[in-house]
Design a protein around this ligand. Structure first.
Ligand code: SAM
Length: 257
Protein backbone atom coordinates (compact mmCIF):
# COMPACT_ATOMS: atom_id res chain seq x y z
CA UNK A 1 0.00 0.00 0.00
CA UNK A 2 1.31 3.44 -0.92
CA UNK A 3 1.05 5.69 2.15
CA UNK A 4 1.28 9.42 1.30
CA UNK A 5 4.46 10.94 2.76
CA UNK A 6 2.50 13.52 4.84
CA UNK A 7 0.52 10.72 6.52
CA UNK A 8 3.75 8.76 7.05
CA UNK A 9 5.35 11.73 8.83
CA UNK A 10 2.20 12.19 10.94
CA UNK A 11 2.07 8.48 11.94
CA UNK A 12 5.79 8.54 12.77
CA UNK A 13 5.28 11.55 15.01
CA UNK A 14 2.28 10.02 16.75
CA UNK A 15 3.53 6.43 17.09
CA UNK A 16 7.28 6.77 17.57
CA UNK A 17 8.88 8.50 20.52
CA UNK A 18 12.50 9.67 20.24
CA UNK A 19 14.59 10.58 23.23
CA UNK A 20 17.92 12.10 22.25
CA UNK A 21 20.60 11.36 24.82
CA UNK A 22 23.72 12.95 23.33
CA UNK A 23 24.98 14.49 20.10
CA UNK A 24 28.62 14.64 19.04
CA UNK A 25 30.72 15.27 15.93
CA UNK A 26 33.06 12.76 14.36
CA UNK A 27 34.47 12.17 10.86
CA UNK A 28 32.84 15.45 9.72
CA UNK A 29 29.36 14.15 10.56
CA UNK A 30 26.97 14.70 13.46
CA UNK A 31 26.08 11.59 15.50
CA UNK A 32 23.19 11.23 17.97
CA UNK A 33 22.63 8.59 20.61
CA UNK A 34 18.88 8.09 20.68
CA UNK A 35 16.26 5.85 22.30
CA UNK A 36 13.43 5.02 19.93
CA UNK A 37 10.28 3.56 21.44
CA UNK A 38 6.90 2.66 19.98
CA UNK A 39 3.85 4.04 21.75
CA UNK A 40 1.72 0.97 21.07
CA UNK A 41 4.49 -1.28 22.37
CA UNK A 42 4.70 -3.11 19.02
CA UNK A 43 8.50 -3.31 19.23
CA UNK A 44 10.95 -3.13 22.12
CA UNK A 45 12.87 0.11 22.66
CA UNK A 46 15.91 0.56 20.44
CA UNK A 47 19.04 2.43 21.48
CA UNK A 48 21.01 3.62 18.47
CA UNK A 49 23.86 5.79 17.29
CA UNK A 50 22.48 7.51 14.21
CA UNK A 51 24.11 9.89 11.77
CA UNK A 52 23.92 11.17 8.22
CA UNK A 53 20.70 13.02 9.07
CA UNK A 54 19.29 9.96 10.86
CA UNK A 55 19.54 7.83 7.69
CA UNK A 56 22.45 5.63 8.87
CA UNK A 57 22.87 3.70 12.11
CA UNK A 58 26.35 2.95 13.45
CA UNK A 59 25.00 0.64 16.14
CA UNK A 60 21.57 -0.61 17.22
CA UNK A 61 20.61 -2.58 20.29
CA UNK A 62 17.32 -3.43 21.97
CA UNK A 63 17.44 -2.19 25.54
CA UNK A 64 15.94 -5.49 26.62
CA UNK A 65 18.45 -8.23 25.70
CA UNK A 66 15.83 -10.94 25.48
CA UNK A 67 14.89 -9.76 21.97
CA UNK A 68 18.40 -10.16 20.55
CA UNK A 69 19.80 -7.17 18.67
CA UNK A 70 18.67 -5.69 15.38
CA UNK A 71 22.11 -4.58 14.06
CA UNK A 72 23.32 -6.38 10.89
CA UNK A 73 20.96 -9.37 11.05
CA UNK A 74 22.59 -11.00 7.97
CA UNK A 75 25.96 -10.97 9.75
CA UNK A 76 24.35 -12.48 12.84
CA UNK A 77 22.85 -15.19 10.60
CA UNK A 78 26.29 -15.95 9.09
CA UNK A 79 27.86 -16.15 12.55
CA UNK A 80 25.14 -18.56 13.68
CA UNK A 81 25.35 -20.71 10.53
CA UNK A 82 29.12 -21.17 10.90
CA UNK A 83 28.87 -21.44 14.69
CA UNK A 84 26.54 -24.40 14.23
CA UNK A 85 29.49 -26.35 12.80
CA UNK A 86 32.54 -24.79 14.45
CA UNK A 87 33.28 -23.67 17.97
CA UNK A 88 34.03 -20.00 18.69
CA UNK A 89 36.48 -19.63 21.57
CA UNK A 90 38.04 -16.31 20.62
CA UNK A 91 36.36 -13.54 18.62
CA UNK A 92 37.53 -10.16 17.34
CA UNK A 93 35.38 -7.22 16.22
CA UNK A 94 37.24 -4.45 14.35
CA UNK A 95 35.22 -1.21 14.57
CA UNK A 96 32.95 -1.27 17.61
CA UNK A 97 31.02 2.02 18.01
CA UNK A 98 28.15 1.01 20.36
CA UNK A 99 29.26 -2.66 20.34
CA UNK A 100 26.02 -4.26 19.03
CA UNK A 101 27.86 -7.23 17.53
CA UNK A 102 30.07 -7.85 20.59
CA UNK A 103 26.81 -7.91 22.61
CA UNK A 104 25.31 -10.42 20.19
CA UNK A 105 28.41 -12.67 20.38
CA UNK A 106 28.46 -12.32 24.18
CA UNK A 107 24.85 -13.51 24.42
CA UNK A 108 25.05 -16.33 21.86
CA UNK A 109 28.44 -17.81 22.81
CA UNK A 110 28.83 -17.64 26.60
CA UNK A 111 32.29 -19.20 26.65
CA UNK A 112 33.82 -17.14 23.84
CA UNK A 113 36.38 -14.45 24.68
CA UNK A 114 35.64 -11.25 22.73
CA UNK A 115 37.99 -8.42 21.83
CA UNK A 116 36.70 -5.19 20.33
CA UNK A 117 38.98 -2.65 18.67
CA UNK A 118 37.79 0.94 18.24
CA UNK A 119 39.77 3.86 16.89
CA UNK A 120 37.62 6.82 18.01
CA UNK A 121 38.05 7.73 21.67
CA UNK A 122 34.61 9.40 21.62
CA UNK A 123 32.95 6.14 20.47
CA UNK A 124 34.61 4.28 23.35
CA UNK A 125 33.26 6.86 25.78
CA UNK A 126 29.77 6.55 24.21
CA UNK A 127 29.90 2.73 24.29
CA UNK A 128 30.85 2.72 27.98
CA UNK A 129 28.22 5.32 28.87
CA UNK A 130 25.23 3.96 26.93
CA UNK A 131 25.80 0.48 25.49
CA UNK A 132 27.85 -1.81 27.67
CA UNK A 133 25.55 -2.26 30.63
CA UNK A 134 25.45 -5.92 31.60
CA UNK A 135 28.01 -7.14 29.04
CA UNK A 136 30.20 -9.93 30.41
CA UNK A 137 33.81 -9.33 31.45
CA UNK A 138 34.87 -11.73 28.67
CA UNK A 139 34.55 -8.66 26.44
CA UNK A 140 37.56 -6.33 26.21
CA UNK A 141 37.26 -3.05 24.38
CA UNK A 142 40.61 -1.73 23.18
CA UNK A 143 41.34 1.77 21.96
CA UNK A 144 43.51 1.20 18.88
CA UNK A 145 43.73 1.52 15.13
CA UNK A 146 42.72 -1.81 13.55
CA UNK A 147 45.52 -1.39 10.99
CA UNK A 148 48.10 -1.29 13.78
CA UNK A 149 46.40 -3.85 16.05
CA UNK A 150 46.11 -6.66 13.49
CA UNK A 151 49.76 -6.75 12.26
CA UNK A 152 51.14 -6.67 15.81
CA UNK A 153 48.73 -9.17 17.44
CA UNK A 154 50.58 -12.22 18.76
CA UNK A 155 48.28 -14.04 21.19
CA UNK A 156 45.71 -16.82 20.55
CA UNK A 157 44.33 -16.98 17.01
CA UNK A 158 40.72 -15.89 16.42
CA UNK A 159 37.92 -18.25 15.36
CA UNK A 160 35.67 -15.37 14.36
CA UNK A 161 36.62 -11.93 13.03
CA UNK A 162 34.13 -9.22 12.09
CA UNK A 163 35.50 -6.27 10.12
CA UNK A 164 33.06 -3.37 10.43
CA UNK A 165 35.26 -0.36 9.67
CA UNK A 166 33.48 2.81 8.61
CA UNK A 167 34.37 6.44 9.14
CA UNK A 168 31.00 8.15 9.03
CA UNK A 169 29.26 6.75 5.97
CA UNK A 170 32.48 5.75 4.23
CA UNK A 171 33.89 2.23 4.27
CA UNK A 172 37.60 2.12 5.14
CA UNK A 173 38.80 0.59 1.88
CA UNK A 174 42.30 -0.33 3.10
CA UNK A 175 40.63 -3.54 4.35
CA UNK A 176 41.16 -4.84 0.79
CA UNK A 177 44.93 -4.29 0.66
CA UNK A 178 47.16 -7.31 0.35
CA UNK A 179 49.09 -6.22 3.45
CA UNK A 180 46.01 -6.04 5.71
CA UNK A 181 44.48 -9.25 4.32
CA UNK A 182 47.69 -11.21 4.85
CA UNK A 183 47.98 -10.02 8.47
CA UNK A 184 44.28 -10.78 9.02
CA UNK A 185 44.75 -14.31 7.74
CA UNK A 186 47.79 -14.59 10.04
CA UNK A 187 45.67 -14.11 13.18
CA UNK A 188 42.93 -16.59 12.18
CA UNK A 189 42.57 -20.13 13.44
CA UNK A 190 42.33 -22.77 10.73
CA UNK A 191 38.54 -23.00 10.75
CA UNK A 192 37.88 -19.32 11.32
CA UNK A 193 35.12 -17.26 9.76
CA UNK A 194 35.92 -13.69 8.74
CA UNK A 195 33.06 -11.35 7.78
CA UNK A 196 33.41 -7.90 6.22
CA UNK A 197 30.42 -5.60 6.46
CA UNK A 198 30.49 -3.63 3.20
CA UNK A 199 27.02 -2.20 3.59
CA UNK A 200 26.04 -0.32 0.42
CA UNK A 201 29.50 1.21 -0.02
CA UNK A 202 30.94 -1.21 -2.59
CA UNK A 203 29.41 -2.57 -5.77
CA UNK A 204 29.75 -6.19 -6.81
CA UNK A 205 32.09 -5.11 -9.64
CA UNK A 206 34.30 -3.26 -7.18
CA UNK A 207 34.58 -6.34 -4.95
CA UNK A 208 35.63 -8.34 -8.03
CA UNK A 209 38.52 -5.90 -8.50
CA UNK A 210 39.89 -7.04 -5.13
CA UNK A 211 39.68 -10.71 -6.14
CA UNK A 212 43.47 -11.11 -6.46
CA UNK A 213 44.47 -10.09 -2.90
CA UNK A 214 41.39 -11.86 -1.47
CA UNK A 215 42.14 -15.15 -3.22
CA UNK A 216 45.87 -14.90 -2.51
CA UNK A 217 45.25 -14.74 1.23
CA UNK A 218 42.07 -16.76 1.80
CA UNK A 219 41.08 -20.22 0.54
CA UNK A 220 37.58 -19.21 -0.32
CA UNK A 221 35.39 -16.17 -0.31
CA UNK A 222 31.68 -15.60 -0.79
CA UNK A 223 29.90 -12.33 -1.35
CA UNK A 224 26.44 -12.21 0.13
CA UNK A 225 23.97 -9.63 -1.06
CA UNK A 226 20.83 -8.83 0.88
CA UNK A 227 18.64 -6.05 -0.39
CA UNK A 228 21.19 -3.30 -1.13
CA UNK A 229 23.80 -4.41 1.41
CA UNK A 230 26.79 -6.63 0.80
CA UNK A 231 28.78 -8.81 3.16
CA UNK A 232 31.94 -10.72 2.39
CA UNK A 233 32.66 -14.05 4.10
CA UNK A 234 36.29 -15.20 3.99
CA UNK A 235 37.58 -18.63 4.98
CA UNK A 236 41.27 -19.21 5.70
CA UNK A 237 40.88 -23.03 5.63
CA UNK A 238 39.60 -25.26 2.83
CA UNK A 239 35.82 -25.48 2.82
CA UNK A 240 33.41 -27.64 0.93
CA UNK A 241 30.61 -26.10 -1.10
CA UNK A 242 28.24 -27.44 1.54
CA UNK A 243 29.76 -25.21 4.17
CA UNK A 244 29.48 -22.07 2.08
CA UNK A 245 25.91 -23.13 1.26
CA UNK A 246 25.19 -22.93 4.98
CA UNK A 247 25.02 -19.17 4.45
CA UNK A 248 22.19 -19.46 1.98
CA UNK A 249 19.17 -17.56 3.09
CA UNK A 250 16.00 -17.03 1.15
CA UNK A 251 16.70 -13.39 0.40
CA UNK A 252 20.45 -13.63 -0.06
CA UNK A 253 22.33 -13.89 -3.31
CA UNK A 254 25.64 -15.73 -2.87
CA UNK A 255 28.55 -15.29 -5.24
CA UNK A 256 31.74 -17.34 -5.05
CA UNK A 257 34.77 -15.17 -5.74
C1 SAM B 1 29.64 0.89 11.76
S1 SAM B 1 30.55 1.31 13.19
C2 SAM B 1 30.77 -0.26 13.98
C3 SAM B 1 29.55 -0.86 14.60
C4 SAM B 1 29.84 -2.02 15.51
N1 SAM B 1 30.54 -3.09 14.82
C5 SAM B 1 28.67 -2.59 16.26
O1 SAM B 1 28.64 -3.83 16.39
O2 SAM B 1 27.83 -1.86 16.75
C6 SAM B 1 32.17 1.60 12.52
C7 SAM B 1 33.23 1.96 13.55
O3 SAM B 1 34.53 1.74 12.96
C8 SAM B 1 35.42 2.62 13.66
N2 SAM B 1 36.70 2.69 12.91
C9 SAM B 1 36.93 3.31 11.74
N3 SAM B 1 38.22 3.17 11.38
C10 SAM B 1 38.82 2.43 12.34
C11 SAM B 1 40.13 1.91 12.52
N4 SAM B 1 41.11 2.15 11.64
N5 SAM B 1 40.40 1.15 13.61
C12 SAM B 1 39.40 0.87 14.52
N6 SAM B 1 38.14 1.36 14.40
C13 SAM B 1 37.84 2.11 13.33
C14 SAM B 1 34.63 3.92 13.69
O4 SAM B 1 35.16 4.82 14.63
C15 SAM B 1 33.22 3.41 14.01
O5 SAM B 1 32.97 3.49 15.38
Amino acid sequence: MNIPSGLKRFLKKVLIRRKELETFNLYGDSFTVVDISYRLGVRPTIRAIEHHGGKVFSSLIYLDDKYGHPYLRPVQAMIKAWGGKHEYRNALVLGCAGCSLPRFIDEEYPSCAITGVEYAEKMIEIAKKYFLDGIDERFHLIHADAFEYVPTYQADPFDLIIVDLFQGKGLVKSIFTDDFLSHLKGICSEKALVVFNLSTSVTQEEVSQYKTPLKKNFSSAALMQMWNSRFLALFPGKNSDDEVAAFKQKTAKILRL
